[in-house]
Design a protein. Structure first.
Length: 358
């Protein structure tokens, strides 16, 4: 039988600890060459939407799997993609135009021995958790051993996942949060203070967010850099989730930040090259950072490149893309725990099979 799950069920079974552990395990498989990952692809229809001027239909897909998980995961999204402005700042935006003002994204898991689909679930909750899990994994190797103050950019759903996941790894004395919407960031700070039982305060400016922090995490939908790299000091750890593509040249960190870093780790150099990422590929093309000095996260796990080795090192992680192996890691974990708890709805697998050779 094929298990059909919803976002509530996915959220119920995925904890930060479980997500980080599953992510690290599959990236070790990837580093060893036993897992495989197809780079993310994004295709836009060139014509604007008739009903939503300035927006375009986008289809995105990524896939990957491993023997350790026992699955091959296919993640697909069907979007109405574009941008809008918040407090004068350009932001990436996806419109909820499916039936009922909803979005459309799916993760399908295939059993790699039986070749058949064994689970179907929406991608939304898993999406924010897989990003936060990889950011947390990188921070284990690149952040100061005991960071005291985190400066967080963003007050949306990615920011909420990041502060929750990172607070499981580090005992921050204080978290400062900034986003362009003052009311939103203040409410976010109040909510997270209650949820995490630690001081989370709304900062008044990007500069206040950076200065005095030893851990900077950007988790936004911003189109342009969210802070000035001249504020970066030695010993800081900086992380970004600002993935771009050839159509949307968005970035959260500027060239000055990149230039000041001693260690620059990214999720995928291959995707950065394909997407011509402004904060990775183009930075190397401009000579800001040598391409060969930029390494991928699995290089940290295998010891091919060292992580932070000194307190005065400035380190940077760019979580620049999604990966199919992330959905294999978290999806297989969701499937196992959901079956153990009796969650979901069973569909006849025969519905998805055929007698003809494809």
């Amino acid at each position: 039988m094929t298990l059909l799950l919803n976002n509530d069920e996915v959220e119920r079974v995925l904890t930060p600890e479980i997500s980080i552990q599953a992510t690290e395990a599959i990236y070790r498989e990837l580093a060893e060459g036993t897992a495989y990952n197809r780079p993310r692809s994004q295709v836009y229809l060139p014509a604007e939407s008739k009903n939503h001027p300035g927006f375009h239909y986008r289809f995105k897909s990524q896939e990957g799997g491993s023997p350790g998980t026992g699955v091959w995961a296919l993640r697909i999204t069907s979007d109405m993609s574009g941008h809008s402005f918040t407090s004068g700042k350009k932001r990436r935006r996806i419109l909820p135009v499916a039936t009922g003002d909803r979005y459309c994204g799916l993760v399908i898991l295939f059993d790699i021995e039986r070749i058949e689909p064994i689970a179907i679930m929406p991608d939304g909750i898993m999406q924010k958790m897989r990003v936060a899990a990889l950011s947390s994994l990188a921070a284990k190797y690149l952040a100061p051993a005991k960071p005291k103050v985190m400066g967080l950019f963003g007050s949306g759903w990615q920011a909420s996942a990041h502060i929750e996941y990172l607070s499981k790894l580090f005992d921050f004395e204080r978290v400062k949060v900034y986003s362009p919407n003052e009311e939103h960031r203040r409410e976010f700070a109040r909510e997270m203070s209650r949820k995490l039982d630690r001081p989370v305060v709304a900062a008044e400016s990007p500069r206040e967010t950076v200065e005095g922090s030893d851990f900077i995490q950007a988790a936004t939908a911003a189109w342009d850099p969210v802070f000035d790299g001249h504020w970066v000091e030695k010993g800081m750890y900086i992380a970004s989730i600002g993935g771009a593509d050839r159509t949307s040249k968005r970035r959260e960190i500027d060239d000055e930040t990149i230039q000041r870093t001693d260690i620059y780790i990214v999720h995928s150099k291959e995707v950065a090259r394909l997407d011509q990422s402004p904060d990775i590929w183009e930075a190397a093309e401009k000579g800001i950072k040598d391409w060969d000095s930029i390494h991928e996260i699995q290089d940290l796990l295998t010891g091919k490149v060292p992580g932070r080795t000194g307190a005065d090192q400035t380190t940077l992680f760019n979580n620049n893309t999604g990966a199919g192996v992330q959905f294999a890691a978290l999806g297989s974990t969701v499937l196992k725990r959901a079956r153990d708890l009796g969650l979901g709805r069973e569909l006849p697998t025969e519905w998805f099979l055929e007698d003809e050779i494809p």
